[in-house]
Design a protein around this ligand. Structure first.
Ligand SMILES: [Zn+2]
Length: 426
């Protein structure tokens, strides 16, 4: 069963490792969106040589797009000999900054002890490479397959996907009848199928004050102290309330089964660019706080927002001179693909064939490009499935296991076989 397919993947292990290392060597750091074009061209050129039709789509006018940092996406398509469904593998090519604490060069693509190291190794250049190898192996073994395979390398996932999948979805790249099934090889571990993600609400809260000389603060009104009252109310009421909400969604890790909120940043008073001099003595007239609220399928966005604004309104009534503004920065509704959806069942069959057990079905604590595939493209047969250990994403000394990539590529190849040819077996 599937013997030829698995052998075809095994025959490509060196290629898989080299491809992953090559992809890591493009320092596609976002922001600002470095090296997007050469990385997209590398992916496109590779697939063009294998007979794919490739297109490069620059998302002009989307956040961050400039001539210095163009948002260049690649979409490659291979049409089989006869009509049929289209399976699309979508990977983001952008990575987050390397940060501190690395013991290896984050952009060298070092291969060592069965791992490939580098920023983006696990999130998600290893997944992109595995999907390319899976497709190439499948096409070699079943050259007469019906339907089509698409592979895309898209940008800006780490900053919301607006110049990447969202842009392409608006142009119709993620819609029927062009595409039927979407697999996003994010690093959710090789034996797990990710059905969706929690919701997101980002907002900026600003408290207002009145500027005055720091030696006479009683003449002004301190916006930072007002924000202190907001934070105290969050600590006393909101955080404990969020911690009591638990979802039926299979979110991993366990802590993310509850509602969460992160304080992303706080800025009050003058900026720190007085250094190395001294600051001037002022009472700050503005303090801004950004919050990152992750919510559950059981919660609705209006309630999520009112939990925060109710506190702010109460402070306005109770606290002298308290005034605030709140601005929405991002909203994403929670999403969960059904377990009996075709792409879920196909990849589950792959996992059962390779690991001899049922997959774990999970929900991601954070969002990824599935939101755009569903909300803009209206393709609901979409999952995240790929190699790489979720906990390693965005960390220093990020790596992806070669054996994990190989097994994952095999699962993807079997998934293709089920979705396009309707069988696990040859
Ligand atoms: Zn990712």
């Amino acid at each position: 069963m599937t013997e030829r397919l698995l052998k075809a993947v095994d025959a490509r292990i060196d290629d898989l490792v080299a491809l992953t290392a090559d992809l890591i060597r493009f320092p596609t750091v976002n922001p600002p969106g470095e090296a997007y074009r050469p990385c997209a061209e590398y992916v496109g050129e590779r697939l063009r040589k294998r007979g794919f039709e490739t297109e490069f789509i620059r998302a002009e006018g989307t956040p961050g797009d400039t001539d210095r940092y163009p948002r260049v996406n690649v979409v490659a398509r291979f049409d089989g000999r006869s009509a049929g469904a289209c399976v699309h593998f979508n990977s983001h090519i952008d990575v987050v900054e390397a940060g501190e604490g690395w013991t290896v060069d984050p952009f060298a693509g070092l291969v060592k002890d069965g791992r490939v190291y580098g920023r983006g190794a696990c999130d998600m250049k290893g997944g992109l490479a595995a999907s390319i190898i899976a497709a190439e192996a499948f096409m070699e073994v079943f050259p007469d397959f019906p339907g089509a395979i698409e592979i895309s390398g898209t940008v800006d996932e780490e900053s919301g996907g607006f110049g990447g999948v969202a842009h392409l979805a608006r142009l119709g790249y993620f819609s029927k009848p062009k595409v039927d099934h979407v697999i996003i090889p994010e690093p959710l571990n090789k034996d797990r199928i990710c059905l969706g993600h929690r919701g997101v609400w980002w907002a900026e809260i600003e408290t207002k004050g009145e500027i005055a000389h720091g030696s006479m603060p009683f003449l002004g009104d301190n916006a930072v102290r007002h924000m202190g009252a907001v934070l105290q109310a969050f600590e006393d009421e909101l955080f404990p309330a969020l911690d009591r909400k638990v979802t039926r969604m299979p979110v991993v890790p366990e802590g993310a089964k509850r509602s969460t909120m992160n304080i992303n940043s706080i800025h009050g008073g003058q900026t720190e660019d007085f250094r190395p001099g001294l600051p001037s003595p002022n009472v700050p007239d503005s303090c801004r706080l950004t919050i990152d609220r992750r919510f559950l399928l059981e919660e609705d966005l209006a309630t999520v927002k009112s939990e925060v604004t109710d506190i702010l309104e109460r402070l306005k009534r109770e606290r002298k001179k308290f005034d605030y503004e709140i601005r929405d920065l991002m909203e994403v509704l929670p999403l969960m693909t059904e377990r009996d959806a075709p792409v879920v069942k196909a990849v589950a069959q792959g996992i059962m064939a390779i690991f001899d057990r049922e997959p774990d079905y999970v929900i991601s604590p954070g969002t990824y490009d599935q939101k755009h595939v569903a909300r803009i493209g209206h393709i609901y047969d979409c999952i995240a499935y790929g190699p790489g250990i979720l906990d390693l994403a965005h960390r220093s000394d990020e790596w992806v296991g070669i054996a994990d990539m190989v097994e994952s590529a095999k699962v993807m190849a079997i998934g293709l076989n089920v979705l396009l040819r309707g069988t696990v077996a040859d």
